[in-house]
Ligand binder design. Structure first.
Ligand SMILES: [Zn+2]
Length: 245
């Protein structure tokens, strides 16, 4: 019996055990994201929602060979703690969580895992550990951030601001408008300079630019961005299934 659903949590232990035993289930996706400030208008679950909505259809394209784990929905977001509501894990805690999940997948009999990242702050901590994890677990572990799907030429041709991903700017806001518009809360209020204390001057400049850039967002653009990233992830999973670590 193959798995019943590409989402790990929707399967029973029987589904999982028999699909491993017959060899139909061959790889897992581990999505990692964040719950953090997304400027004035986007809900804080943005990264977690988007990495789930991108990995699920990519896994479905390889059904029943690939299963998607629950999103690790809090990441390394210490750089956004100027904005209350942001949740963060320390680098060490975050990478320990990821390692424990990889070890769980290995003990379940999976030998191929693609970690798909949806939050910039997670990238370095994971990249620094990849080799160590491969050596410790002896399984094939690949890693990508979904925005690797977009070339500079793509960004130039398909955005007004020229920026992908940015942060809560045109790109991310477009994805939310396309896929979960209930999480976009634009108002006519001006940029709330006086209410914010952003300690890093570069981040303060970016924050204002992203606030303005978000006004260029549209659901049409969002659908294009989503399709492009899903196609990229389908290809990454194809490579994972076809190659040996
Ligand atoms: Zn984001």
């Amino acid at each position: 019996m193959p798995i019943r659903s590409p989402l790990l949590g929707e399967n029973t232990r029987f589904d999982f055990r028999s699909s491993i035993r017959e060899g139909s289930l061959r790889a897992a996706v581990l999505p990692v994201a964040a719950t953090e400030q997304h400027n004035e208008h986007l809900a804080m679950h943005h990264d977690a929602r988007s990495v789930e909505l991108l990995t699920l259809p990519a896994a479905r394209a390889h059904f029943p060979s690939v299963i998607v784990c629950p999103v690790v929905s809090v990441g390394v977001s210490g750089h956004w703690m100027d904005h209350p509501g942001t949740l963060t894990l320390s680098k060490g805690t975050f990478t320990s969580v990821v390692l424990d999940l990889l070890a769980s997948l290995r003990s379940a009999g999976l030998t191929k895992v693609l970690i798909v990242n949806g939050h910039g702050g997670n990238r370095r901590p994971i990249e620094e550990k990849l080799e160590e994890w491969r050596a410790a677990l002896g399984i094939q572990i690949e890693f990508c951030s979904y925005w690797e799907a977009y070339s500079a030429a793509f960004a130039k041709a398909n955005t007004a601001t020229g920026e992908i991903p940015g942060h809560a700017a045109e790109f991310e806001t477009s994805v939310a408008l396309a896929e979960f518009p209930g999480s976009v809360h634009f108002t006519d209020a001006p940029y709330p300079e006086a209410a914010l204390t952003i300690t890093d001057p570069t981040r303060a400049i970016d924050d204002r630019r992203f606030f303005e850039g978000a006004r260029h967002a549209s659901a049409e653009k969002g659908r294009l961005y989503v399709d492009h990233a899903v196609a990229f992830l389908v290809e990454r999973l194809h490579r994972l299934l076809e190659t040996d670590g």
